[in-house]
Structure formats: C-alpha cells, structure tokens
Design a protein around this ligand. Structure first.
Ligand code: ADP
Ligand code: ADP
Ligand code: ZN
Length: 206
C-alpha cells in the first residue's frame, strides 16, 4: 500500500505516521525529517533548505522531488510506503504521479485554531526526532533514546503563522486534487491520537 498523509502543520501527520509505519511495517518517509537531517549534517541540500524552513516557506519543489524520487527507489519501498509531508504543492503531486502509484490519501482535517496550540506546544527529540507535546510530556529527556527534548525553530509563533498561510495557499489545493482522483479519505483530526489512528486503521482494513 502506498499512502500519503495530508494535513496542515500540526494536524498530527508525524504522530500518526509513526503508528501506521509500525503496524503495517512500511517505511515512514517524512520530507521534513529528511530536510532537518540534511541541515544537521550541513549538506548542500541542508544549507539551501534552512533559509526557507526558518521563514515558514516551502523548500523549492525540485529539491524535495529529487529527495523523494531517490528515496522511493530504495529497496524497502517495494512493498509500500507512507509519505508524510509530501507532496505539499500541486507541482509536487503532478511530479509524484509520474514516478509513483498512490493508493490512498488521508487528509487529517483539523480546526485551524487548534493548530497554534499544537505547534507551539510541540517538542521533539534532537537525536531521534520523536514528537511530544508539553501538555502530556514534561520531561526534557526522550523516552525512546534518552536524547534531549527541544523546540523546533519553526514552531515559534511568528513562523507558525507563516507556515499556516503557506499551507492554505500552496498545500490545501491538494485536497481537491486527490478528491478528483477518488483516492482521498477525510479523517477527523480533532479527536485523540488513539481515535485518529483507529479511524485510519478502520479504512485500511477495507
Ligand atoms: P504534523 O506532523 O502534522 O505537523 P505532529 O504529529 O508533529 O503534526 O503533531 C503536532 C503536535 O500535536 C505534537 O506536539 C503532537 O504530540 C500533538 N498531537 C498530534 N496529534 C494529536 C491529537 N490527536 N490530539 C492532541 N495532540 C496531538
Ligand atoms: P510539519 O510537521 O509542521 O507539517 P514538516 O516537518 O513536515 O512540518 O516540514 C517542516 C518544513 O520543511 C516545512 O515548513 C517546509 O519548509 C519544509 N518541507 C517539508 N516538506 C516539504 C515539501 N514537500 N515541500 C517543500 N518544503 C517542505
Ligand atoms: Zn529520542
């Protein structure tokens, strides 16, 4: 099964992606994680991407398309994969259609006014990328790997506003792009993490 998770920043894509990847034993491919790893390692892609990410803008299409194209060619993607945070623009989706066959797109639908709390309270592990929220996890040490818990630069309030605007202008049109192809499933993202996951699993069972 080749799956896309679509949704605004903070909708819960990354959180659900970890659970889906574990249950269905498919690789979780997050362009955000790949870009952050490149920034950390100081690669040419990382150097280019950082300025866009820090502004709350999107990294140019050709950069992320190249990343995903290469990643999907790896052997572990043969029996399915889960894309989290890609595509994010119509040109990315059109390009993806040229090298991949997507079976289902989950749109995690959420009230935009919850998102600011989700994003400003988000904390991540600097080592393994595990995601937490301040209201449910107060330790400064990652429970998965003992790494340090930090706040992402782009989760600061000004950048969050820019990212939501970017989402509305550039990513939201993908909802009708995939609805027109009859592969879109809307999931209510305003419920608990477990309930959202149950709803996704229910659809995948069919
Ligand atoms: P995305 O990958 O879509 O940007 P994340 O999965 O990183 O979103 O989630 C954003 C923040 O919201 C994180 O702090 C996460 O722990 C929290 N979160 C995710 N899903 C839920 C949910 N259903 N209910 C409450 N908080 C959630
Ligand atoms: P979120 O979890 O909030 O949805 P991500 O971790 O997916 O955020 O992405 C963080 C940033 O990385 C984005 O704001 C954007 O700058 C960049 N990025 C990630 N995926 C893409 C993509 N498909 N196209 C362009 N930029 C991307
Ligand atoms: Zn960790």
């Amino acid at each position: 099964m080749n799956i896309i998770l679509l949704g605004a920043p903070g909708a819960g894509k990354g959180t659900q992606a970890v659970k889906i990847a574990e249950k269905y034993k498919i690789p979780h491919i997050s362009t955000g994680d790949i870009l952050r790893k490149n920034i950390k390692d100081g690669t040419p892609i990382g150097l280019k991407a950082k300025a866009y990410i820090d502004k709350g803008a999107l990294v140019p299409d050709e950069v992320v398309i190249e990343i995903v194209k290469n990643r999907l060619n790896e052997a572990d993607c043969k029996n399915g994969y889960l894309l989290d945070g890609f595509p994010r623009t119509v040109p990315q989706a059109v390009s993806l259609d040229e090298f991949a066959k997507i079976d289902i797109v989950f749109n995690i639908d959420i009230d935009l006014n919850i998102l600011v709390d989700r994003l400003s309270g988000r904390r991540v592990c600097a080592s393994c990328g595990a995601t937490y929220h301040v209201t449910s996890y107060s330790s400064e040490i990652c429970s998965q790997c003992n790494g340090n818990i930090i706040q992402r630069n782009d989760d600061m309030p000004e950048t969050v506003r820019a990212r939501l605007k970017t989402y509305t202008l550039q990513t939201q049109p993908l909802i009708s792009y995939y609805a027109d192809k009859n592969i879109l499933v809307n999931i209510d993202g305003n419920t608990s993490i477990d309930k959202v996951f149950e709803d996704i699993v229910e659809v995948l069972k069919r």
